[in-house]
Write a protein of this length. Structure first.
Length: 752
């Protein structure tokens, strides 16, 4: 569909390009993949379960080509991504993070002058000058061609990104090597460490004066061709000097022409048009060459009595690839039996745009004979499969598995169930190992409703703490419709009570004594607001007419929001948020509202409960939601926003009470929460924010001093294995399995 006289031609934003995308779409749909077009009319493909993911790894390249180009430039990168999806689907495997494959439109500069058009539009950096660039054939602007391809242009003209850079966890692009290095070293593939930036002029015009070739002496000539030659010679001399000093630079003039209709062998031309493409990995070199170009054109204009008009400038900054992604791909390369090799890219690629927009990016080069941008591109399929396998292995494993160490302030668990009796004795040491403090839930039988009961429960907890650990339980009272405001306030004043917990009656385990109508506890809430006592809320309605997956959103709209409007000074923690609705509500509020996020809601979605059979140990309340909600929770947890902090909601039950016809709600996560969170944060390249989420934000909200102790996390070479169950008296408690390999381990903690 894109064959030309030689090779292939797929013009950017053309009917041919659209037909190619349509073909890929049909191929993907036939194979059972999900497809969609983004706002730039680029084709996006994914596994069905990842179609709604808000944060994802993006793999792909472009489908357009230069005139009479080769089969592989750009398209190989798209097909590599599709093959990763198909391989995962055929094997029934799940990537460590959601994967989306993008087939982008215009990347090549051959058609309009600007390069990386689609990726620039996605990142909101396609300039007005670039949009005004004329097509080399019909002269119509890039803007017009993009609009003709069905793209809504208003956001692009305004510089609004069509895709949020923060939603792209990483960008990975496979591409044929455009030079001879891999051929010379006899290597099938390599990882790219950086991409040259460039500045380009599509058509510099040098204007002189026409004359007879035999009648005009040299001293009187205004010859634009010789002026152009003079300029290119001086640029070549600068190129040689920079390279001899160890610098990086390439200079190319790929288009040179005079008007064949008005000029002849015996005529001095009046003007010459030529292109100029200057590239370097060093921003300072590029700046220096731009200044040199301007200076030399001015000097030559004076000497040869000509003028230079450069036209519009197209420029792309050099891009450094993400070292962590480069390391991860190198490790994946080694795992599949290939010797790792890292090299720089001389050519420009969409990966540079994503990298310069803050997206962790990297590339895989595949060996290719005869260069690129020509019909003789010659990539061996075995080499292509090797490059694809490097990316697949990286995506499957979530990156490098090299040992790493991380030391953070000892964390706090701001929502913990320890139960009582033998269960208390069994599970308390699991929390003490990693956590310095915890907000203790009061839903015992009978519930903890008085300061005296809280003091007694605190004593039982401390008795269960191992002598080698330092652990501070922060107690809460169970709010009922008969709670005495004076009792609550006195407990808070005496330092026994840290907060009060509101359970809607019947919402979860041991909540039957909870609140049936919020109006019945308003006097207590008013006293709490006056005293600065925090209200911890299980945010779900219990109306049986409301679908269980909608109960959090309905609670926010009909209970919590009206309450906060009536008592704006009341400090509220929306516990174990499970939906985008909850995240957005907290983000829209002031500092008096915060939210806890749980380990299991950050790790799992509702498919994990139901797909392929019912898994009772994944049943919890609030119930797990769709993947799009899990992604919103993860984005909040890793955002650094101080209003979100860890509350595990670790809720142990005997295994027999879970594996039954009507099982209990709750997951026991105290054993492995910190390693699981380290894995999740690393997957989205936000490991530097795990300390804020687990150790700092919660303490700040509750007005607590930061813990002086530390927790040491280490990444192992092999996945960690925890006991499947722990013993609690005559019963077993099943430990949470997050459903993915965890390489991190909490190896030690210090109390002070």
């Amino acid at each position: 569909m894109s064959r030309d006289r030689a090779g292939v031609s797929r013009p950017a934003y053309s009917e041919t390009e659209t037909a190619v995308l349509k073909f890929l779409e049909e191929l993907a749909v036939h194979a059972g993949l999900s497809t969609a077009y983004d706002a730039g009319q680029n084709l996006v493909m994914s596994l069905p379960e990842d179609a709604g993911a808000e944060q994802f790894v993006l793999v792909g390249s472009h489908v357009d080509s230069v005139p009479m180009g080769g089969n592989y430039d750009g398209m190989a990168g798209v097909i590599a991504g599709v093959m990763c999806l198909l391989r995962a689907k055929a094997r029934g495997e799940r990537f460590a993070r959601p994967l989306k494959v993008i087939a982008m439109r215009g990347e090549e500069s051959a058609w309009f002058g600007p390069c990386y058009i689609a990726s620039k539009a996605l990142m909101g950096v396609l300039s007005r000058e670039e949009l005004a660039a004329p097509h080399k054939g019909d002269g119509r602007s890039l803007d017009t061609h993009m609009e003709g391809a069905g793209i809504e242009m208003a956001p692009i003209r305004s510089g609004v990104p069509l895709m949020k850079a923060g939603d792209i966890l990483e960008y990975i692009e496979l591409h044929i090597e455009q030079g001879p290095l891999l051929i010379g070293k006899d290597r099938p593939a390599a990882i790219v460490s950086g991409i040259r930036g460039n500045f380009r002029y599509k058509a510099i015009r040098c204007t002189g004066e026409a004359g007879h070739s035999g009648a005009v002496p040299r001293a009187f000539r205004k010859d634009p061709v010789l002026a152009m030659s003079d300029l290119l010679t001086r640029l070549d001399e600068a190129w040689l000097s920079i390279v001899q000093k160890g610098g990086d630079l390439v200079v190319t003039s790929g288009v040179v022409h005079t008007d064949s209709e008005t000029n002849a062998m015996s005529r001095i031309p009046d003007q010459v048009d030529f292109s100029l493409d200057i590239r370097s990995q060093d921003p300072e070199t590029l700046r220096g060459m731009r200044q040199l170009l301007a200076d030399e054109m001015a000097q030559i204009s004076h000497e040869r009595k000509v003028t230079f008009a450069t036209g519009s400038l197209n420029a792309t900054a050099p891009a450094r690839m993400s070292q962590s992604v480069v390391d991860g791909l190198s490790a994946a390369m080694e795992r599949i039996g290939l010797a790792p090799m890292v090299m720089a890219s001389g050519g420009g690629h969409d990966a540079a745009v994503f990298a310069n927009a803050g997206v962790p990016s990297a590339m895989v080069f595949v060996r290719n004979q005869n260069g690129s941008h020509n019909p003789d591109e010659a990539m061996e399929i075995d080499d292509f499969m090797a490059g694809t396998s490097i990316i697949y292995e990286y995506l499957r494993g979530g990156g490098t598995r090299m040992t790493e160490d991380l030391v953070i302030t000892r964390p706090d668990d701001m929502h913990l169930h320890l139960r009582d009796g033998e269960m208390l004795g069994a599970v308390t040491p699991c929390s003490c190992r990693d956590f310095a403090r915890a907000i203790i839930m009061p839903n015992l039988v009978p519930p903890v409703t008085t300061a005296a009961a809280a003091r007694a429960y605190r004593g039982r907890i401390l008795a269960a703490v191992p002598e080698t650990d330092a652990f501070e339980p922060l107690m809460t009272l169970y709010l009922t419709e008969t709670t005495d405001p004076a009792e609550l306030k006195a407990g808070f004043r005496d330092g026994i009570v840290k907060a009060a917990k509101l359970y809607p009656a019947g919402a979860t385990t041991n909540s039957d004594s909870g609140v049936r109508d919020i109006r019945n506890v308003m006097p207590v809430l008013e006293r709490m607001a006056d005293a600065g006592i925090s209200l911890l809320v299980h945010g779900e309605v219990t109306d049986p007419e409301i679908d269980i997956f909608d109960r959090e959103a309905v609670f926010i709209d009909h209970v919590l929001d009206p309450l906060r409007k009536e008592l704006p000074e009341l400090r509220v923690v929306l516990e174990h948020v499970t939906t985008r609705n909850g995240v957005d509500y907290v983000k829209s509020a002031d500092a008096g509202l915060a939210a806890t996020l749980t380990t299991h809601h950050l790790s799992l979605n509702r498919n994990d409960i139901l797909a392929g059979g019912i898994r009772p140990h994944y049943y919890c309340l609030p119930v797990l939601k769709r993947e799009e909600h899990r992604q919103a929770l993860l984005a909040a947890a890793t955002s650094g926003d101080a209003r979100f902090f860890l509350g595990t909601d670790s809720a142990p039950h005997p295994t027999t009470a879970k594996e039954t016809a009507c099982g209990c709600a709750g997951m026991f996560t105290s054993v492995n929460t910190m390693p699981i969170l380290a894995t999740l944060f690393e997957q989205v390249a936000k490991l530097d924010r795990i300390e804020a989420f687990t150790s700092l934000n919660g303490a700040a909200f509750y007005g607590l001093a930061r813990n002086s102790g530390k927790l040491h996390l280490r990444k192992r070479a092999e996945p960690q294995v925890w006991p499947e169950r722990i013993r609690a008296g005559q019963e077993d408690v099943t430990v949470c399995d997050p459903g993915f390999p965890v390489y991190w381990d909490a190896i030690e903690g210090t109390a002070a």
